[in-house]
Design a protein around this ligand. Structure first.
Ligand code: G1P
Length: 296
């Protein structure tokens, strides 16, 4: 029997430089996307996939992430007394289903190092690493799709997406054989390949189901692309020792790691969110007319 994946690791210690200046004081993970912080979407996804514990990897000045995902009894009581308890009900229902823990990454030494910081909290069991810059919009949710592949293969699984060749140098990229529709046995991978050297157009996206064997490997990974300890370099060794699969998920991914990505994600999710959908449709039509009129 494959051990159940009960824990999710969410690396959130980054400086958020691409979203400065707001990230000087507000973690990008808490920036509003339609009606909730960006990272709440991935926590909801983890819960949908049966995750029981979320381990946030944060830095000392990002403790507000841990605070947000911890119930606040005083606030709840105050809101209830005002007859406004329903404002926090969905969040509290989510939090009632999970345990959250924070561990610290004191220096930004790369994604591989961030994951390594969660070693003790994860222990000797598999986990799913979820990058909060990558919001999924998929049915079933991305993490649920990944769990299904893990159930079949019993090995590590990474999410894959086809990316245009002119953008793929920003990602980890795999080489592999398609063993079942959308499921690839990975034969190699490289982090941020120089343009023209990428082994395929299949990029690794921010979901990784990993066995605990990844941790001793990460201890020995040397700085790679960008001078950082890269998770992809650890995965390469993991693959050699234990095998690794990739799954080309169905659905959409939204990147909230950049200003334009945030804007696009807000528009798209706003258009699909039941509470904002109708007004957004009207607004976007008005804007389209405005653009058309300006072009005349
Ligand atoms: C990280 C990973 C990379 C992956 C990407 C997905 O890169 O290192 O392999 O393709 O996330 O979003 P980053 O975006 O942190 O540079």
């Amino acid at each position: 029997m494959k051990p159940k994946v009960r824990k999710a690791v969410i690396p959130a210690a980054g400086l958020g430089t691409r979203l400065l200046p707001v990230t000087k004081t507000i973690p990008k993970e808490l920036l509003l996307v339609v009606d909730r912080p960006a990272t709440q979407y991935v926590v909801e996804e983890a819960v949908a996939a049966g995750i029981e514990e979320i381990i946030f990897v944060i830095s000392r000045n990002k403790e507000s992430i841990g605070d947000y995902f911890t119930p606040n009894r005083d606030l709840d009581e105050w809101l209830a007394a005002q007859g406004k308890g329903s404002l926090v009900t969905p969040l509290n229902q989510l939090l009632a289903r999970i345990r959250t823990t924070c561990v610290y990454q004191d220096q930004p030494r790369g994604l591989g190092h961030a994951v390594l910081c969660a070693q003790e909290a994860v222990g000797e069991e598999p986990c799913i690493v979820i990058l909060p810059d990558d919001l999924g919009e998929a049915d079933p949710p991305l993490a649920v799709q990944m769990m299904r592949v893990y159930e079949q293969t019993g090995t590590g699984v990474v999410a894959l997406e086809r990316i245009p060749r002119n953008e793929i140098h920003r990602y980890g990229v795999i080489a592999g054989h398609e063993r079942q529709p959308r499921t690839y046995e990975i034969t190699d991978m490289v982090e941020k390949p120089p343009p023209g050297t990428e082994p395929s157009d299949l990029a690794i996206i921010g979901r990784y189901i990993l066995p605990p064997e990844i941790f001793p490997i990460l201890h020995h990974v040397q700085p790679g692309a960008g001078g950082e300890i890269q998770l992809t370099d650890g995965l390469r060794q993991l693959r050699q020792q234990h095998g690794l699969y990739g799954y080309e998920f169905t659905g959409r991914r939204h990147d909230v790691g950049t200003t334009l990505g945030f804007l696009e994600t807000t528009l798209r999710l706003g258009l699909h969110n039941p509470t904002t959908r109708d007004r957004m449709r009207v607004l976007l039509r008005e804007l389209r007319d405005e653009i058309d009129n300006n072009q005349k």
